[in-house]
Design a protein around this ligand. Structure first.
Ligand SMILES: Cc1cc2nc3c(=O)[nH]c(=O)nc-3n(C[C@H](O)[C@H](O)[C@H](O)COP(=O)(O)O)c2cc1C
Length: 208
């Protein structure tokens, strides 16, 4: 099959796009509202996008009823966030925290999660997540929307500091068997990192 985006008709039971680019890591973003309320939500349009300096991004769609999601609004206005890594052990809480609660209502409490202070930013870290990236807002790139006007806000952040729970380190390396990160596939599907394999880079002979 071929889906020509001009037609907007993929002729499949569900839009396949999000199953084509997989797996997508889940940035579980904690932020603070202008009135000081804690906010937490998962974003799977999330990734690392550079390491000099270390940078991450997440992309928030507009709400169906219009307006930005709280995470986007908070990060753009308050300038800070923490990207907590979502794990198998916290999968139910992660999912709970995606509930569209009214602005000002704390999803950490709703999902039964405890928090702990960050070192360099105001938003808290999620207890139990073994890796936290403390970030300062860098910039937003606004995507177009096929229905006109603004589309997703792609928010970039600079990583100021990284917490790694010592229990997930084996000989100084982050051990995926201990982290058990989860990631989004398309539809309602997820995956867990269970298989890790290594490959060396190809060696290219010097050309004379
Ligand atoms: C695993 C998962 C991944 C998600 N990824 C995104 C995403 O990348 N972008 C987005 O706009 N919403 C995403 N959502 C939906 C948001 O989490 C949801 O709209 C949430 O209510 C937003 O909360 P906020 O308004 O507090 O930011 C995702 C939900 C789940 C469960």
């Amino acid at each position: 099959m071929f889906w020509d985006m001009k037609t907007r008709d993929h002729s499949l039971p569900r839009n396949p796009f999000k199953s084509c680019v997989v797996p997508r890591p889940i940035g579980w973003i904690s932020s603070i509202s202008p009135t000081g309320d804690v906010n937490l939500a998962p974003y799977s349009y999330f990734n690392a996008c550079g390491e000099d300096p270390c940078m991450v991004m997440f992309s928030g769609s507009l709400r169906p009823e219009g307006g930005f999601k709280d995470t986007v609004a908070n990060v753009e206005s308050q300038g800070e966030f923490v990207a907590n890594i979502a794990t198998w052990d916290l999968r139910e809480e992660m999912n709970q925290s995606s509930a569209a609660l009214p602005a000002g209502q704390d999803e950490t409490a709703f999902a039964g999660l405890d928090t702990e202070p960050a070192r360099l930013v105001t938003p808290p870290r999620i207890k139990g997540s073994p890796i936290h990236l403390e970030c300062v807002y860098h910039t937003t790139v606004v995507m177009p929307s096929d229905s006109g006007g603004e589309g997703n806000h792609v928010v970039f952040g600079r990583v100021l500091g990284i917490h790694i729970d010592d229990v997930v380190l084996t000989d100084g390396f982050i051990d995926m068997a201990k982290v058990k990160p989860i990631a989004r596939l398309g539809y309602m599907d997820y995956t867990r990192v269970d298989l890790v394999f290594a490959m060396g880079r190809p060696k290219v002979e010097a050309v004379e």
